[in-house]
Design a protein around this ligand. Structure first.
Ligand code: SAM
Length: 293
């Protein structure tokens, strides 16, 4: 088995800027955010077509965003945020990863996945990849009598899932890398679930390769999620970037044309597609069914 470091987005460097921001006292946060947002508005006013008007229109959003993120990060994440709180295993992760504004996103994601799975009905052989800490295990285990298989690149996450996960469902754990060939025969599963992975794959080629592999190992159903290119979400990421001096790479968002080629693959049909938070959040979940071999 290879070491459990996931792809680059979770590297130590990627969190350094976030940690530096988090440690600032509220007054320091306001100063950093003010400087970043003023710089952004000046750039927009100078460089964009209709720039001055656009900057005036953006200013209220920027101010609300600044106030909201300073408040949230001073109150909700003051004790170290996701990373530090997740260190006590997936029990802690489940309690805290989806605190703050992410609580709503987590709740909606689980509801949307569960509603798509109602269309699947029963499924005995189920693969969740990447499983992370097994957030979806309870809903997947309810689909059949066999325990689901949870696969992930990260050994620490799999260990935490085995140690702290819901004992009633006892998934089978396995390390697997979606950038290569999954260690399963073609059509080994009735249902394959891939949630919150594609927006971390930053090239169309990586996304296509992962989806090819997922469709290979699924005999009939595939649930896959992705970020659809969205202006509201993109604006939020830009504001976050300038307000926190955050250098983390944002999620990969997929445009309409790529969606058409990526999801409408031969032999498969899109049965249902749902937005996690329509118009606001870019995350979407799709149910595909194999219609011919
Ligand atoms: C955002 S989490 C999503 C986990 C789970 N699907 C969920 O919705 O809670 C992304 C997961 O992808 C895993 N991962 C990253 N690169 C991977 C790869 N190349 N192959 C398999 N898993 C990978 C990470 O270890 C992490 O657990």
């Amino acid at each position: 088995m290879r070491g459990g470091q996931a792809s680059g987005w979770s590297s130590r460097e990627a969190y350094a800027a976030w940690d530096a921001w988090r440690r600032l006292p509220p007054r320091g946060k306001i100063a950093v955010a003010w400087e970043g947002l003023c710089g952004l508005l000046v750039r927009v006013a100078r460089e964009e077509v209709g720039g001055p008007l656009l900057a005036v229109a953006l200013a209220p959003f920027a101010l609300v965003y600044m106030a909201g993120s300073v408040l949230r990060d001073s109150l909700v994440y003051r004790d170290g945020g996701v990373r530090a709180r997740a260190a006590d295993g997936c029990g802690g992760y489940h309690r805290h990863r989806y605190g703050g504004t992410q609580r709503l996103v987590n709740w909606r994601e689980r509801r949307v996945v569960a509603s798509l799975l109602r269309r699947v009905g029963r499924a005995e052989r189920v693969l969740d990849v990447p499983s992370g800490y097994g957030r979806l295990v309870p809903v997947l285990a309810a689909l059949g009598t066999r325990p689901p298989v949870c696969a992930d690149l990260s050994l620490p996450r799999l260990f935490a899932l085995g140690r702290d996960g819901d004992a009633a469902h006892e998934p089978i754990l396995l390390q697997a890398d979606l950038r290569g060939t999954l260690p399963f025969a073609s059509g080994a599963f009735d249902l394959v679930v891939n949630v919150r992975y594609l927006h971390h794959a930053h090239t169309p080629e990586d996304r296509r390769r992962a989806l090819d592999e997922l469709t290979r190992v699924s005999r009939r159903w595939l649930v896959v999620s992705y970020y659809r290119r969205s202006n509201v979400h993109a604006l939020q990421r830009t504001l976050q970037h300038v307000a926190r001096r955050n250098r983390r790479r944002g999620p990969a968002m997929i445009g309409h044309r790529e969606c058409a080629t990526l999801l409408h693959r031969s032999g498969w049909q899109v049965r249902c597609e749902r937005a996690v938070i329509p118009w606001i959040h870019a995350h979407r979940v799709v149910l595909l069914e194999r219609v011919s071999p």
